[in-house]
Design a protein around this ligand. Structure first.
Ligand SMILES: NC(=O)c1ccc[n+]([C@@H]2O[C@H](COP(=O)([O-])OP(=O)(O)OC[C@H]3O[C@@H](n4cnc5c(N)ncnc54)[C@H](OP(=O)(O)O)[C@@H]3O)[C@@H](O)[C@H]2O)c1
Length: 291
């Protein structure tokens, strides 16, 4: 089975490398072609348009920034639909608005292309070993055809029903990430203000029921001021905005995410966007610096 990959940023590159290591034939495209070098070195065939990816693949995975990017690589000049052939399935691993995803899948369906939503939890460091957690939605038969591939990419795969539902759950997951990163960062900032070593705070937190994967695995880097991105603050801000938009369209009031959007937006405007999302701690440090 030939797999196409569109988008070889942080997440896409790791997913692609893992597929190559697992024996899949991979055809890859990225808008900025320097980012395909590592995949090429590891045996991927690199092509110059999404259309060529589709023409040469049975299943195409898109892992791009947002819904505009998904639309661009799917429907615009030399997009996926121009490489349509019998049986083509598109799996979108980008994090996007569930309502957008419904519209995009409908547009694919009109071209006789089945599109599955396949957002994931976990970053490049777990994708490289096939240990993502995947939420999938869309046509059940297409899902069944892709299941083996999905089980290579992820160690847990959840099928959730019709298009849009996987993205809704993914947004609820990113809401957790957002508020956990803020809670940790504010806790660290508070103990620092009290002149207490944040390492002690983390040791105590991690001895309790309230510990998280983030407090156990990311927080020690945070207090050392190490924010090398596996998922950028800018991209989390994009997802927070999507959560806000989605909750509005469901007529829901989510006050915490509204506040978080303001904080992450300010952090991006202050130049923290390329840090890891946990770099929100560095932004809090900045706004608390006394003159
Ligand atoms: N990193 C994670 O931990 C993680 C985890 C789960 C989900 N995600 C989601 O996965 C997606 C990719 O994330 P990432 O971390 O890999 O981000 P990234 O490193 O910033 O990569 C973004 C990718 O999107 C492409 N792109 C952006 N705008 C485009 C456009 N208009 N047309 C075509 N391609 C476009 C970029 O191409 P260029 O190289 O040309 O800019 C790049 O390949 C996002 O939706 C993100 O929310 C990420």
């Amino acid at each position: 089975m030939k797999i196409g990959l569109i988008g070889t940023g942080m997440l896409g590159e790791s997913v692609g490398l893992h597929l190559l290591q697992s024996g899949y034939q991979l055809i890859a495209y990225n808008r900025t072609d320097e980012k395909t070098k590592e995949l090429k070195t590891n045996g991927a065939q690199i092509v110059s348009t999404p259309k060529e990816v589709a023409l040469n693949s049975d299943i195409v995975i898109t892992v791009v920034k947002d819904s505009n990017a998904v639309r661009q690589v799917s429907f615009e000049e030399d997009g996926i639909i121009f490489g349509n052939h019998k049986g083509l399935i598109v799996c979108d691993m980008s994090t996007i608005n569930p309502l957008e995803s419904k519209k995009i899948s409908k547009k694919f369906f009109e071209q006789n292309i089945s599109m599955l939503d396949t957002p994931v939890m976990g970053g490049p460091n777990v994708a490289i070993n096939g240990n993502l957690v995947m939420m999938a939605a869309g046509n059940k038969d297409s899902f069944t055809k892709c299941k083996k591939l999905f089980e290579t990419i992820a160690n847990k795969v959840f099928y959730l029903g019709e298009n849009g539902s996987a993205h809704a759950v993914k947004l609820a997951m990113n809401l957790q990430i957002t508020l956990l990163a803020l809670a940790l960062s504010e806790g660290i900032t508070l103990v620092r203000g009290a002149k207490i070593d944040p390492a002690i705070f983390l040791e105590i937190l991690n001895s309790t029921y309230f510990k998280t994967g983030m407090s156990e695995n990311k927080a020690s880097k945070m207090i050392q001021g190490k924010f090398e991105a596996t998922f950028t603050l800018e991209n989390l801000k994009k997802d927070i905005h999507t959560i806000s938009e989605t909750s509005k369209s469901f007529e829901l009031e989510l006050p915490m995410i509204k506040k978080a959007e303001e904080i992450y937006e300010n952090a991006v405007n202050e130049g923290f966007g390329n840090l890891d999302y946990t770099g929100i701690l560095a932004y809090l440090k900045k706004i608390n610096e006394k003159n």
